[in-house]
Design a protein around this ligand. Structure first.
Ligand code: DGP
Length: 113
């Protein structure tokens, strides 16, 4: 996998507003927020996109879901939030390091568009 802006954030080569960190993942505020709360949660492991994850990543992916829930609660949006994973250019993925968007703090309509 080629180097990405998120790998640079993990290595602290570029700044980010980090809100959570553990031995498996890192979360920081999105530079272009689409909601009052917009956090990106990424694994430290450089998986380019969800379609590239394997059964070896099962525990990591489960961990990310539980951390996303915790971050939502910590950010005060635990009752109403949305998780988004864009997979591939056709789904508007622009950074090819797997990430979960955690969105909330406003009314979230459906379908998302
Ligand atoms: P996606 O389209 O799903 O690949 O989302 C990529 C997101 O990454 C997008 O919402 C903007 C955000 N982003 C891009 N570059 C940076 C950066 O340098 N810092 C931060 N904090 N977010 C970034």
């Amino acid at each position: 996998m080629s180097d990405t802006i998120f790998a640079k954030i993990i290595r602290r080569e570029i700044p980010a507003d980090i809100v959570y960190e553990d031995e498996q993942c890192l979360a920081f505020k999105d530079v272009s927020p689409q909601a009052p709360v917009h956090i990106l949660l990424i694994p430290l492991k450089p998986i380019a996109k969800l379609a590239d994850a394997t059964s070896e990543d099962q525990a990591l992916l489960g961990h990310l879901m539980l951390v996303a829930r915790k971050i939502a609660a910590d950010q005060g949006i635990g009752d109403a939030f949305r998780l988004v994973v864009n997979n591939g250019e056709g789904a508007s993925q622009t950074v090819f390091h797997l990430h979960i968007h955690i969105l909330g703090g406003r009314s979230l309509s459906w379908p998302p568009g």
